[in-house]
Each structure stands twice: as structure tokens, then as C-alpha cells.
Design a protein around this ligand. Structure first.
Ligand SMILES: [Zn+2]
Length: 283
């Protein structure tokens, strides 16, 4: 699976990961995951973004505990909302306008944890444009950790698959999961020192980039400056980011127990507006 760009890697932009929008949208997904955590759900959440307009068109949080249904994963809620909105468009009801298949090819997913095999397959079947995720899903991952449904050539369907980029706020996504499982196990959470806390690299599993991407795909997105990360299975380096940014973000999320997500709900409740006018993000 290769990205659509045909420009040589050496003349690609320095690094797409430096685009603030990727961090912005993953932060929204992490806020939702934190909200899920505080409602006793596994903290996995996502936002679906219409890429031509930079707008969040739906979101999802795990609700497997509340619903007692093992298939109520974050991605499914988001997909269903987009389908529902599409069917509500006046032009769709009169037999015109874009079909879901055309809409999903303009939509990107930001999800805190790698989609499981079930969700990875669903995302492929709807023809999602691209996926960005935080940490890998070692037990059930469908984008490379266990199976690579997203671009397995043996899977025969309408689409050739999609590329997915891991590692965006990976440590924060892991910390949220650890917080959940610590609570699940009934252990008292360890006190966190907010200031001067340093995340030691060895506290986190390595990220095996080759499980998810070819080297060419990696370099096109993360830039040549991160080549060593690909080879050494280490997190990418984002030059302008503070080294404690992820710890601080986690502390911020934990400091607000209910995590007001009304802004995300409001923006994603708007009808689909597919005019190609990019929104200016408040980053
Ligand atoms: Zn899933």
C-alpha cells in the first residue's frame, strides 16, 4: 500500500507529522477517551474528520461496558453517525448527491488505539481515506500489530485498502489504558507528581514501525529526520514539542474528571457540509 503522492521522498515536505492538525485532532480523540475512562469504559475514542474542510463530522467512544455489547467499539459509532447524516441529506433522499462511498474517501480517522481486526475490516469496507492512531493494539490490532487487514492484498473487496500512521501521542494513549486497567484491578492509583515528571522511554514498549508501514511510507509522512526512529523502533521526534508534552497532556486530562466534551458533540452534530472550504483550526 503506498500513499497517493508521487513526489520523491527527498522533495516531500519536511515532515507531515509536524502539521499541527494531526496533533489537534488526536488531542480531541484523547479528550473523548478520557471521558470514556471516567464513565468506566475502556479509554479508546476517535474523531472522523472530513479532510477537505478540516471538520470533525463524527466521533466515537468505546461503550462496551455500558451496552454490554462487545462490538460497540468507538469506530462503529462514528461510522454509523456519518451514514445517518448522509442519509439525511436532502440531495441523497432525492436520489442525487454523494453516496457514502464517495464521502468516506474524503474522511480520515484519528483514533487513540490501533483499530481492532473487526474495525479495521469495517473501515476498509467503507473505503476510509486514511487512519491515524496513537498506540498499537497488541492483542487485537488489525492495522499491523496482529493482522494487517488495512492493506492485505489477499483481502478481496471494492477497495485496495488504506494506509495508517501510528505514534501520534502514543504514550498518552498508553497511559490512559494503564490508568483504566489499574482501576479495573482495584489497585489504588499511584500518586502522580505533576511537575518535573519525566517519561522514561523504557517505561513504554517499543513501536515496531515495520509492522505498520514500509520504510518509504514512513519517510514520506514522518520525514527523513526520523529515519533512525524507524530503524530503532523508537518514537518519532517532533522538534517543537516539549519532551514532557505527553505527560502534561495526560495530567491535564486526569485533572478534569468529567472532561467536558460538549464542544466536540456540538461540532459533530452539524449536518454534513461537504463544500470544499477548509476550516481554520483553533490550534
Ligand atoms: Zn474495534
Amino acid at each position: 500500500m503506498t500513499d497517493t503522492t508521487t513526489t520523491p521522498i527527498s522533495s516531500s515536505p519536511a515532515s507531515h507529522i509536524l502539521e499541527p492538525k494531526h496533533h489537534h485532532f488526536m488531542k480531541q480523540a484523547l479528550r473523548l477517551a478520557s471521558h470514556a475512562l471516567h464513565t468506566n469504559e475502556v479509554p479508546v475514542a476517535c474523531v472522523f474528520v472530513h479532510s477537505p474542510t478540516n471538520s470533525i463530522v463524527s466521533y466515537g467512544m468505546n461503550s462496551t461496558n455500558d451496552s454490554l455489547s462487545g462490538v460497540k467499539h468507538a469506530e462503529f459509532r462514528g461510522i454509523e453517525e456519518i451514514l445517518s447524516k448522509t442519509c439525511s441529506l436532502p440531495e441523497f433522499q432525492t436520489g442525487g448527491g454523494k453516496q457514502p462511498i464517495e464521502i468516506f474517501k474524503e474522511i480520515e480517522l484519528y483514533v487513540t488505539v490501533e483499530p481492532c481486526v473487526m474495525c479495521a475490516s469495517a473501515l476498509r469496507q467503507i473505503g476510509i481515506k486514511r487512519v491515524y492512531f496513537g498506540c498499537g493494539n497488541e492483542r487485537f490490532g488489525g492495522n499491523g500489530s496482529v493482522l494487517k487487514i488495512n492493506d492485505d492484498p489477499q483481502v478481496k473487496d471494492l477497495f485496495t485498502g488504506y494506509v495508517s500512521y501510528p505514534g501520534i501521542y502514543r504514550k498518552c494513549a498508553i497511559l490512559l489504558l494503564r490508568e483504566f486497567y489499574t482501576r479495573e484491578n482495584g489497585k489504588a492509583p499511584e500518586p502522580r507528581q505533576k511537575k518535573n515528571r519525566v517519561l522514561k522511554l523504557d517505561e513504554f514498549p517499543e513501536i515496531k514501525w515495520k509492522d505498520y508501514l514500509t520504510e518509504e511510507e514512513f519517510l514520506r509522512f514522518y520525514g527523513l529526520t526520523n529515519r533512525e526512529s524507524f530503524q530503532n523502533n523508537t518514537d518519532i521526534i517532533v522538534p517543537q514539542a516539549d519532551e514532557n508534552e505527553e505527560a502534561d497532556l495526560f495530567d491535564t486530562l486526569m485533572a478534569d474528571p468529567v472532561q467536558d466534551i460538549s464542544d466536540i458533540i456540538e461540532v459533530s452534530s452539524q449536518p454534513l457540509c461537504l463544500a470544499n472550504k477548509k476550516q481554520k483550526l483553533q490550534l
